[in-house]
Design a protein around this ligand. Structure first.
Ligand code: HAM
Length: 423
């Protein structure tokens, strides 16, 4: 019997992992320079943590969550996103008492039962950043700049930043009513999902990818006509900061995001290279969520990056070189083999990637293996050479070789590798 991974869940194979490490290293260094600290929350939470935060009428809560009942009948859910869990932890541990502005980042798998397609999985990973305790708009600019700089740092270009203001609960309710009235008149032309959304959560209709619904919303009332003075000033200040930082953006009044907790600033970073799944990062302000989950009335803003989508772009650009061993040790004869084992282990302990052959083959077979592994250098040593205190060191790129004294062999090897710039 052969087992395959579940649909929408995928293995990350060794040959793909270099890009993951590169992204991991890059985002941590950048986020820490912005003063963010890592937080790790559990994969499972009580269902209400997500249903309350994200909203009952969103696609995520109404049809995409993986939930289970434990033996006591409590419904637990695999996290579909990180924000709700981070806010739950912020409230539970009263993090605001330690520092009124908390900057938290996290990395890990999320689970949504969506229809799998290019760039869309049922288990996917997010890099997540949350800045809790500041009303903005300077912190909005900080968060957006951090997202934009991340992609610059890893060498991705041609991305488009979309920003919008969704207003506050007060001014948005006027917009919602107006939009509802408009959609009511067009109801029969909307898809089944949008017919339902037009009643329960009309802003969601802006998210529909179907042409009929897109045409209808293109003439729908627009948020900027409804937002109040405070929200408008907030949004204008954000734009001033972004201009000052030379961060280009487009104003996208149809950008609503798929989660209900957003207030005021919403943004998405999009690419043209991934088909329909074009958002590689998305986020926004969620000033009411801490309070909604039972905490103090603290404003917040954050974003999440879709790691698989970023990795796909990195792979397409072939930005990473693959790693290969620094050294292959070809030992011939029992004495040489036993002696070299100690050297191999000592070099590995100091972080040098050393490979050798496990099967005691002849020199030709060992050199072939070194070649196949892409080893940068080979140390060749037989019993005879060992007896006179000599080993041969070959640079596989230049094919140059020279003898090394075995007396201080570890220092000698480290020196040569360093001079070659191989470690
Ligand atoms: P989101 O827009 O649902 O926001 O997800 C953020 C990013 O995760 C998306 O832009 C996309 O790159 C990636 N993503 C989402 N679903 C999938 C999927 N099924 N397969 C692959 N990648 C996916 C949030 O999750 C918010 N919690 C972001 C946030 C943080 N807002 C404030 N703080």
């Amino acid at each position: 019997m052969e087992f395959n991974a579940i649909k929408g869940f995928k293995d990350i194979l060794p040959e793909e992992i270099t890009n993951w490490h590169y992204l991991d290293f890059s985002f941590r260094r950048l986020f820490e320079a912005f003063g963010f600290h890592e937080i790790k929350t559990p994969l499972l939470e009580k269902n209400e943590v997500f249903s309350r935060s994200i909203g009952q009428d969103t696609d995520i809560v109404s049809k995409e969550m993986y939930s289970l009942k434990d033996s006591r009948g409590q419904v637990l859910t695999l996290r579909p996103e990180a924000t709700a869990s981070v806010v739950r932890a912020y409230i539970q541990h009263r993090l605001y008492e330690k520092n009124p502005v908390q900057k938290l980042y996290s990395f890990g798998p999320m689970f949504r039962r969506e229809r799998p397609q290019k760039g869309r999985f049922r288990q996917f990973h997010q890099i997540n950043a949350e800045l809790i305790g500041d009303p903005g708009p300077k912190s909005d600019a900080d968060i957006i700049a951090m997202a934009v700089f991340l992609f610059e740092t890893i060498g991705l270009s041609g991305l488009v930043l979309n920003i919008n203001s969704l207003g506050c609960p007060v001014c948005r309710s006027g917009f919602r009513d107006e939009l509802k009235d408009y959609l009511k008149q067009k109801k029969i032309s909307l898809c089944d999902d949008c017919q339902r959304r037009s009643e329960t959560n009309p802003l969601r209709v802006f998210d529909c990818k179907l042409d009929e619904c897109r045409n209808i919303v293109s003439d729908a009332p627009s948020i900027p006509d409804f937002i109040c003075r405070d929200c408008r000033e907030h949004f204008e200040s954000l734009q001033r900061y972004l201009n000052c930082l030379n961060i280009s953006y487009i104003l996208n009044h149809r950008l609503v995001r798929g989660l209900d907790y957003y207030t005021r600033t919403a943004f998405e970073i999009q690419t043209e290279h991934l088909g329909a799944q074009n958002a590689i990062a998305g986020g926004g302000r969620y000033d009411g969520l801490v309070n909604l989950l039972g905490g103090p009335d603290h404003p917040a803003i954050g974003f999440a990056v879709g790691v698989e989508r970023v990795i796909a772009l990195l792979e397409e650009k072939q930005l990473m070189e693959t790693k290969t061993p620094d050294l292959f040790v070809a030992a011939l004869g029992e004495a040489a083999e036993t002696q070299s084992l100690n050297w191999i282990m000592a070099l590995r302990k100091s972080g040098i990637w050393v490979e050798t052959d496990y099967s005691l083959k002849g020199l030709k077979a060992q050199m072939k293996r070194a070649d196949r592994l892409g080893a940068k250098n080979v140390l060749i040593m037989g019993d005879d050479e060992l007896a006179i205190g000599r080993a041969v060191f070959r640079n596989m790129a230049t094919r140059e070789q020279h003898e090394l004294n075995t007396e201080n062999i570890l220092d000698n090897i480290r020196k040569v590798l360093k001079n070659n710039g191989k470690q």
